[in-house]
Design a protein around this ligand. Structure first.
Ligand code: FES
Length: 593
């Protein structure tokens, strides 16, 4: 039912159940907010959005107050203005005034509110006891001295990710946001996804900065520093320079990286294509064992393994399903292992001098590259991981006028890729890329270019599924003739939990399941420019599909650089060398849970 009300003398009609905040936005009225974040439940705690509602005894928070028929709202009354200002002043009184030295200087929502409200001094004394900054994990830093208790991090960790690592402790003035039962995040059950850092309005949670390490490597003349960029970066980096979400900046990104001094600018897309060959071969092998050999040991459905937050989740919440996980490393780690073997050998460079820098949308990648399993090259395969935000900072610090840069192209061979690799960036993309290749391998027939998209697994619905029936097979995989492959896609760990539960209970009849830790997949990663809302996710996904559709090659097995690496170096897919460098195993870490 529609509700008609008045906001600042404007008549607005909205659906029943709409909040005053959303109704106001629809009418073009901006009410300031802090604890509220689109897509998360609002605790209504910060009181920054107070408005005057005619007939109400007190001012009401617009973010949690529902509209009512004939309601009359004033957002600019003296009482509302003064109350909102007082709310911000009280937050500032409890917040360190070291903005110039804060990672969020210039992007802090509290700073922006103070500026908008013209607050230049705070009338109340600072009384907070300092607490140590938590730097215990390789991915995230928590500085609770700066926490404004908005609880966005708690909501995203519990509601969206279903992890529940963060929760308020104590009450009233003593309230703090704690991680697990210990003092440090490293002791808690945490998947390092960084969704908390993505929604934090201030500098209380952020990624562990690798910018100085990367500068040091670039400054070292004895080092050969190369960079890989994940598929999702190109659709979001522009936001660091004022572009609208979903602006593709692939060519400018390449030029900027070259100007920063990277000796080769490669592309994680190359190893995304390689992942499709390795993972697709692994899946077909498992299907053969199940269908032809009737091997009772084979584990299906097989889960994708390219999202390190998802791997952390599996290890900590569903270790019994680890045998279902593909043994393929993530494209980031495949790249690192090959950079210090294949590339170093081909280029005649001492692998000990090669420094691999990754630009990733994801904070969990920082954790992943530190894992003991990730040293297949004989060195640490990936040395440093920068998030998209950190790359933006690096480019700004270097004084590069990003928007005026000409387009550049990635280096070969490890910069060559297809549209199938691009779509690794979004939910459903790995599955679609895999199906493009598996269909052709199994049937032995080319898939028409206008039939590459698998619509049922596109979009932001939390759980998606599709089915493909193989027919007319003329390949070594013709045992799949007439078989209908059932696939599923989940993104965001609360959705992953639902599908894991089904698999654990033996109720899931799928063959292959893609899981991405972050909502929307990598385009919504914890290291992407802020804010990431569903509207932003859709725009970035649109850009990624546009990149895919503009490519001359759109199937991983068509990439000639992939054929070359097997011919020159790896041997055959899933072969001995491929296993040594590109595959791994993960471990039960549930004991922490
Ligand atoms: Fe409404 Fe915080 S934004 S109470």
């Amino acid at each position: 039912m529609a509700v008609t009300l008045t906001i600042d003398r404007q008549t607005v009609t909205v659906p029943e159940g709409t909040t005053v905040l959303d109704a106001a936005r629809q009418a073009g009225v901006v009410i300031p907010t802090l604890c509220h974040f689109p897509g998360l439940s609002s605790p209504g705690s910060c009181r920054v959005c107070l408005v005057d509602i005619q007939g109400a005894r007190t001012l009401q928070p617009a973010c949690v107050t529902k509209v009512a028929p004939e309601m009359v709202v004033r957002t600019t009354s003296k009482a509302a203005r003064e109350a909102r200002r007082l709310s911000v002043e009280l937050l500032l009184a409890n917040h360190p005034w070291d903005c110039n030295a804060c990672t969020r200087n210039g992007s802090c929502e509290l700073q922006a509110l103070a500026q908008e409200m013209g607050i230049t001094e705070v009338r109340f004394p600072y009384q907070r006891e300092p607490v140590p900054v938590d730097t215990s994990t390789p991915a995230l830093v928590r500085d609770m001295n700066k926490c404004v208790l908005c609880r966005r991090c708690v909501a995203v960790c519990q509601e969206v990710q279903g992890v529940g690592s963060l929760a308020p402790r104590a009450r009233g003035f003593d309230t703090v946001i704690g991680a697990g039962v210990g003092e440090e995040l490293a002791e808690a059950v945490c998947v390092q996804c960084g969704q908390c850092a993505a929604v934090c309005p201030v500098g209380a949670i952020y990624e562990k900065d690798a910018v100085e390490d990367v500068w040091a490597a670039l400054d070292d003349p004895k080092k050969h520093v190369i960079v890989q960029t994940a598929p999702a970066i190109r659709a979001a980096l522009g936001e660091c320079f004022g572009c609208a979400p979903g602006t593709l900046v692939t060519g400018k990104m390449v030029t900027a990286l070259r100007r920063l001094g990277f000796q080769k600018v490669f592309d994680t897309n190359f190893t995304a294509d390689l992942t499709i060959i390795e993972e697709g071969t692994e899946l077909l092998g498992r299907l053969q064992r199940a269908i032809v050999d009737k091997d009772p040991e084979v584990r299906l459905p097989m889960f994708t393994s390219c999202s390190p937050g998802w791997i952390n989740y599996m290890e900590q919440f569903y270790p019994q399903l680890l045998p279902n996980l593909s043994t393929c490393k993530s494209p980031q780690q495949m790249f690192g292992a090959l950079a210090k073997t294949y590339y170093a050998q081909k280029a005649g460079i001492d692998p000990a001098s090669v420094v691999v820098v990754s630009v990733m949308p994801c904070t969990a990648k920082k954790f992943e590259c530190e894992r003991d399993e990730m040293k297949a090259s004989g060195f640490k395969d990936v040395d440093y991981v920068l998030t998209t935000r950190e790359l933006g900072d690096l480019i700004k610090e270097a004084g590069i006028d990003f928007m005026s840069l000409p387009d550049g192209e990635q280096d070969v061979p490890m910069g060559m890729s297809t549209g199938a690799a691009d779509i690794f960036a979004n939910t459903g993309g790995v599955m679609e890329a895999a199906l493009r290749t598996v269909y052709e391998l199994v049937t032995g027939r080319p898939l028409p270019m206008d039939q590459l998209h698998v619509k049922p697994i596109q979009g932001l619905q939390g759980l998606k599924e599709a089915a493909v029936t193989f027919s007319g097979c003329v390949s070594e995989w013709s045992f799949l003739e007439g078989v209908t492959a059932r696939v599923a896609v989940a993104h965001g760990l609360s959705n992953a939990h639902r599908i894991c539960q089904e698999v654990a209970e033996g109720k899931a009849e799928y063959h292959f399941i893609e899981v991405m830790c972050c909502p929307g997949g990598c385009i919504g990663g914890g290291g992407q420019p802020r804010p990431t809302t569903d509207a932003v996710r859709r725009q970035r996904i649109g850009a990624i599909y546009a990149e895919d559709e503009g490519r001359p090659m759109r199937k991983s097995h068509d990439n000639p650089a992939i054929a070359a690496i097997y011919a020159e170096f790896l041997g055959k897919p899933n072969g001995h060398k491929a296993h040594e460098l590109l595959h791994t195993h993960y471990h039960d870490r549930k004991t922490k849970a």
